[in-house]
Design a protein around this ligand. Structure first.
Ligand code: WTA
Length: 632
C-alpha cells in the first residue's frame, strides 16, 4: 500500500503514478493477499475499452476484508451497528465474528445452490445482514446487485430482470424513523414480473407478518441455523471476475447496471479510503451515513473500511428521528472520529434547531467528509464551524458509481482545503477539462467538462449486457477519454471545484435521477400526453424536480397532482417525486422536434430575464404560457 503522509509525498506519488503507473500500482497492490500474482498491472485503453487491471492474479476480496485481519486483530471491532431506534440495542461484530457470520451466510447461499457467477439481488434495510450477505456473495464468487430499499416494486423488478438475478435477499420490513417500509411485500409484487428469481431469503427484522410462498421463500435465520460450519473457503477469483452490478441513472434510457470487477476495485477502494480519510489511530472510528444501496455504501461501508481493517459505525436510521440531533448524538455515543455524509443532510440539519448540534460534545471528531453533490458555501461553513468546531479538515470527495472510488479530494490534514473545492486528483487519476468544441483546455482559471484521460483500477468495466451503450455513453463525446458528465472549474492554482452535471442527470438529495426516467414514469399516467422534466436549484435537496406535462383533458389540480406523484412513486420510488408540476398546452420545441430544455430549465429556475435565442422554436407562443409558472 502507498500511504501519503504529506504534500511532498503527494507530489512525488502523483508524478510517479503519471510516469511509471505500473510501478506505482504494483506498490499499492503489494500489501493485499493474492492467491496468485498478476502477470500485467494494466492493459487496455479508452480506445479499445478492453480494460484489465492486475490481470492473471487470483484472489478473493473477502480474504482481504476479513481473513487477513484475523492474524493481526481478530478481536478488533469491525462493525458497530446503530439501529433505527436509539433505544434498541447496538450490535457489534469483531473481525472474527464478522468472518464467522459471512462464512455461515456463504455456506447458506451455497446450500441454496448459488454458484460462482450467479447474480444475487439485495433489497434490504441498512442492517448488518445486508453487509454480511453482500460479503457472503463475494466469498463464493456470486455477483451482488444491491437495490436501494427506497425503490418501488416496479424499479426492483426491472433491475432484477436486467441482470437475471437468481436469488433475492430481503427483510420482512424496515423502519426509517417512524415509517415502516414493507420490503417483503414490495418484493412479492416485484416478483410477479421477475421470473428469474427462484429463491427469496428473508431476514426477520421488524417481526411484521409476511406472506411466505412455499418452495420459494425461506427465513434467513432458519437457513443459517442449519449451517454447522463457520468456515467457508473463499472461492478463488480471477482479477477481472465480476464483483457486483450497481444500477445508476443516465441522461437517457433505462438505468444502467454498472459492472465492477474484483482486483482493481479492491485495490482502489482501500487505496482511496486510506489516503483520503487518513485514519491513523487504532481507536479511530469511521462513520459513513450512506446506504449500501448506493456506490458510497459499497466502497466506503462494505469494502474500503473493512479492507483497511478499521472500526466503523453502520446506521439504520434517518438524520431527523427521534429528532434532528440524531447524527450528533450518534457521533458522541460511539466516539466517531471520521464522519462522511452528504451535503443534503448537512443542509437539512442546518435548518433545524442549532441547539441540537451545540449540546453535543463532538470532540471525538477529527475529519469530516462530503460526498454525492456539490456542497454550497453556507453548508460548508456550517459543517466546519458547528460540527468540526473549525478543528476538522473537510474532505469534499468527488466520484461516481462508474469510478468505483474517490477520484478528486483533499487528503485529510494534508491538503490545504478551499471551501467547496474537491481540490486535486488522487495520484493515479488523470483529469482534463474540455471546452464546448471538444478541445482540451490547458490553462487555469477556467470552466469545462471534466474528463479522465487514462484508465484507473476501479473504473466500471461495462454496462451489464450492453457494452455498446458503455462505449457510447462514456467514451464517444471526447474520443479516447472517459467523460464524467460533470462540469468543473479549475482555479488559478489548478484546484478543482465541481459544478455539477452538464447532462440530463439530476442530483436530488444526493440521489442520482435521470430526467428521462421521471418523464417515463409520468407518461404512464393515462392523462399525460407528454412530459419534460428538469432540475432546479433547491435549498435543501440541492436540486428539485420540475415537471412540465401536457394533459389529455382538462385537468383537476390537487387530485391530478396526487395521482401523478403516486405514479412516480410506483414507477421509481418516492425519492423521485417532482417538487413542482406545471400543466402546459405544449412544450417549446425546435423544428426538428427536440424539446428546448434550456428554456424549461430557466423557467424552473425562475430566471427568465434572458431566455437566449428562441428563433428556432416551432411554437414560440408557448414560451409565454410556460413562463407563467402556474404549478399544481
Ligand atoms: C455528483 C456518488 C460535487 C456528480 C459518489 C457525480 C459530486 C454524481 C460530488 C455521481 C462532489 C458526487 N461534489 N458533485 N463531491 N460527488 N457528485 O454515481 O455530479 O451516485 O457525477 O456517485 O454525483 O453520483 P453517484
Amino acid at each position: 500500500m502507498i500511504r501519503i503522509n504529506n504534500q511532498d509525498e503527494y507530489q512525488h506519488y502523483y508524478t510517479q503514478a503519471l510516469n511509471e503507473p505500473n510501478e506505482f500500482w504494483s506498490e499499492v497492490a503489494s500489501s493485499f493477499t493474492w492467491r496468485k500474482p498478476w502477470t500485467s498491472v494494466s492493459t487496455g485503453d479508452f480506445e479499445n475499452l478492453d480494460i484489465k487491471w492486475f490481470n492473471g492474479a487470483e484472489l478473493n476480496i473477502t480474504e482481504n476484508c476479513l481473513d487477513r485481519h484475523l492474524k493481526t486483530q481478530p478481536h478488533k471491532t469491525a462493525i458497530i451497528f446503530e439501529p433505527n431506534n436509539p433505544d434498541s440495542a447496538t450490535r457489534t461484530f469483531t473481525y472474527k465474528e464478522l468472518h464467522t457470520e459471512v462464512c455461515r451466510a456463504a455456506n447458506m447461499l451455497k446450500q441454496q445452490n448459488v454458484k460462482k457467477g450467479d447474480v444475487v439481488c439485495f433489497y434490504m434495510s441498512m442492517i448488518p445482514e445486508l453487509l454480511i450477505g453482500v460479503l457472503a456473495c463475494a466469498r463464493i464468487g456470486a455477483v451482488h446487485s444491491v437495490v436501494f430499499g427506497g425503490f418501488s416494486s416496479k424499479a426492483l423488478s426491472d433491475r432484477i430482470n436486467d441482470c437475471k438475478a437468481k436469488v433475492l435477499i430481503t427483510n420482512d420490513s424496515g423502519f426509517r424513523g417512524t415509517k415502516e417500509v414493507l420490503l417483503k411485500n414490495i418484493c412479492d409484487k416485484a416478483l410477479e414480473t421477475s421470473p428469474s428469481i427462484s429463491t427469496v431469503i428473508i431476514k426477520k427484522h421488524s417481526g411484521s407478518p409476511v406472506n411466505l410462498k412455499s418452495n420459494r421463500d425461506f427465513w434467513w435465520d432458519e437457513l443459517t441455523n442449519k449451517i454447522t460450519s463457520s468456515d467457508c473457503l473463499p472461492e478463488v477469483m480471477q482479477a477481472e471476475d465480476p464483483l457486483f452490478i450497481l444500477y445508476t441513472s443516465g441522461s437517457t434510457g433505462k438505468p444502467k447496471g454498472l459492472l465492477h470487477t474484483t482486483a482493481g476495485y479492491m485495490v482502489f477502494a482501500q487505496y482511496s479510503f486510506e489516503n483520503v480519510f487518513q485514519m491513523k489511530s487504532d481507536n479511530d472510528i469511521f462513520w459513513c451515513t450512506a446506504d449500501i444501496g448506493w456506490i458510497t455504501g459499497h466502497s466506503y461501508i462494505t469494502y474500503g473500511p473493512l479492507l483497511a481493517g478499521v472500526t466503523q459505525v453502520m446506521f439504520e436510521g434517518v438524520p431527523n428521528w427521534p429528532d434532528a440531533g440524531r447524527f450528533w448524538q450518534t457521533i458522541d455515543k460511539h466516539k466517531v472520529t471520521h464522519f462522511y455524509t452528504a451535503p443534503t443532510a448537512i443542509r437539512a440539519l442546518e435548518a433545524c434547531d442549532i441547539n441540537l448540534v451545540k449540546k453535543q460534545n463532538l470532540s471525538s471528531l477529527k475529519v469530516l467528509g462530503s460526498v454525492g453533490e456539490p456542497i454550497n458555501v453556507e453548508a460548508w461553513d456550517w459543517y466546519n464551524k458547528n460540527v468540526g468546531h473549525k478543528n476538522c479538515p473537510i474532505v469534499d470527495t468527488w466520484w461516481q458509481t462508474e469510478t468505483g472510488g474517490i477520484m478528486i479530494s483533499p487528503l485529510a490534514g494534508i491538503t490545504n482545503t478551499i471551501p467547496c473545492f474537491a481540490m486535486s486528483p488522487l495520484p493515479g487519476v488523470q483529469l482534463k477539462l474540455m471546452d464546448a468544441q471538444g478541445q482540451v483546455v490547458e490553462e487555469n482559471g477556467v470552466e469545462g467538462n471534466l474528463v479522465i484521460t487514462a484508465p484507473w483500477p476501479s473504473i466500471a468495466r461495462t454496462i451489464y449486457g450492453d457494452h455498446n451503450r458503455y462505449k457510447d455513453v462514456y467514451f464517444s463525446d471526447y474520443k479516447g477519454t472517459y467523460f464524467t458528465g460533470d462540469g468543473a472549474k479549475r482555479d488559478d492554482n489548478g484546484f478543482y471545484r465541481i459544478i455539477g452535471r452538464v447532462d440530463d442527470v439530476m442530483n436530488v438529495s444526493g440521489h442520482r435521477i435521470g430526467t428521462a426516467e421521471v418523464e417515463d414514469a409520468l407518461n404512464q399516467h393515462p392523462q399525460v400526453v407528454e412530459s419534460a422534466v428538469v432540475g432546479y436549484p433547491h435549498n435543501i435537496k440541492g436540486q428539485g424536480i420540475y415537471a412540465y406535462i401536457i394533459c389529455l383533458n382538462k385537468c383537476e389540480g390537487e387530485a391530478l397532482k396526487t395521482e401523478l406523484l403516486d405514479t412516480v412513486t410506483q414507477q421509481i420510488g418516492a425519492f423521485a417525486k417532482p417538487d413542482k408540476i406545471q400543466v402546459v398546452s405544449g412544450l417549446p420545441k425546435t423544428r426538428s422536434g427536440k424539446i428546448m430544455r434550456r428554456i424549461l430549465r430557466k423557467v424552473a429556475n425562475n430566471d427568465t430575464s434572458d431566455l437566449g435565442d428562441t428563433s428556432t422554436l416551432l411554437n414560440p407562443e408557448i414560451v409565454e404560457e410556460v413562463m407563467k409558472r402556474n404549478t399544481l
